[in-house]
Design a protein around this ligand. Structure first.
Ligand code: NAD
Length: 339
């Protein structure tokens, strides 16, 4: 069994912890938190050992009646691997702690690419993280994950000459009360390209991609407007068949009446998905169109959850525990990925 510690228990961390607990070959060492808030209370109710992320704040947990299993260093010492799900930039500071105990670590997409030995997407470059010299992997952001999953099968089957993507981005996650805009539509960033294209190149170095970002008053999901010029000119049906064969790409059928991200989330909740999570890229099937060699489509990305299966696969890759197909199949089966 792989002993996994999760440092940082917010939007991504709590989902990673649940996913780790569901794996047949992993055990959750515990989770580290900075404050005894509602998420700490929920972790305790689930029976997850709780560690103080900031030792000086341990008394706050005692005052709140929450028992601690120890301090974050104890967790790092015990675990075979740490998944660091702290806010952007904090993971870079934590690297030294993981190195001190020789504990491999997985960082998240909010960190700069050079913070980790490799950037990771299971479908695109799993084997890079298996190298003996690799001790840290960065699971790229929700948007980069969604774009890498889409482009990789297109590159393999048809070749890609050029990709242009406009990312309509949610202003914040549902729990982020301080984020916005609440009544605006912002070019974000107004400069071009947005960071997403270069970030895709950390996963697929040779792909030619330009990205533009727009921020809108929504919390549910991101939406990508995608144009890819392929080297070949397959039919739209052939592209649909190719994409629907990928377990982490969900082609939303027209007849479901799902016309946007609101109904997608309803669908996820109605079908019993934990937290209404959508781990797959959600591609509107009837948007998939070909004009000559130009592919057009819309896809939505659930920012809070699409990176969760990738973190699980990154654990197995970093420890060279399983090959890509086995790991992805196990992750998909245990979580229920594939709509
Ligand atoms: P979050 O703010 O929801 O959670 C981070 C948690 O870490 C919080 O509970 C915070 O209290 C805790 N924390 C702060 N400092 C800490 C420290 N020193 N040690 C331990 N814990 C600490 O953030 P998030 O949305 O889960 O993002 C985490 C990472 O995942 C970031 O790199 C982010 O860019 C990336 N990511 C976020 C999303 C998303 O949409 N939320 C999607 C993909 C990737």
């Amino acid at each position: 069994m792989i002993q996994v510690g999760v440092n940082g228990y917010g939007t991504i961390g709590k989902r990673v912890a649940d996913a780790v607990a569901a794996q047949p070959d992993m055990a959750l060492t515990g989770v580290a938190k900075t404050r005894p808030n509602y998420e700490a209370e929920a972790a305790v109710r689930k029976g997850y050992p709780l560690y103080a992320a900031i030792p000086e704040r341990a008394d706050l947990f005692h005052d709140a009646g929450i028992d601690l299993a120890g301090e974050v260093e104890d967790m790092v010492m015990t675990a075979d691997v740490i998944v660091d799900t702290t806010p952007s930039g904090v993971g870079a500071d934590n690297r030294e702690l993981y190195e001190r105990y020789d504990t491999p670590a997985i960082l998240q997409g909010g960190e700069d690419a050079d913070v980790a030995d490799v950037s990771f997407n299971a479908r695109s470059n799993y084997d890079l993280a298996r190298d003996d010299d690799v001790d840290t992997a960065r699971v790229v952001s929700c948007n980069t994950t969604g774009l890498s999953r889409l482009l990789t099968p297109l590159i393999e089957s048809y070749g890609v000459e050029k990709s242009r993507v406009t990312l309509v981005r949610r202003g914040g996650d549902p729990g982020q009360t301080s984020r916005g805009p609440i009544n605006d539509i912002l070019p974000d960033p107004a400069t071009i390209p947005s960071h997403h294209g270069p970030d895709v190149n950390t996963i697929i170095p040779d792909v030619d991609i330009d990205t533009l970002g727009v921020k809108v008053p929504a919390t549910l999901m991101h939406l990508h407007s995608v144009n890819v010029t392929l080297d070949e000119a397959p039919s739209a049906d052939e592209v649909r068949d190719l994409l629907s064969a990928e377990s982490r790409l969900f082609l939303v059928p027209e007849e479901t009446g799902i016309d946007g991200t609101g109904k997608l989330k309803e669908f996820a909740m109605d079908t019993g998905r934990p937290r209404g999570d959508l781990w797959e890229n959600c591609i509107w099937e009837h948007s998939v169109s070909m004009e000559g060699r130009d592919l057009y489509l819309f896809q939505s990305i659930h920012q809070e959850s699409d990176v969760i299966p990738e973190n699980i696969d990154a654990i197995r890759a970093l420890l060279d525990w399983e090959d890509r197909e086995t790991s992805m199949a196990t992750t998909d089966e245990t979580l229920g990925v594939g709509l």
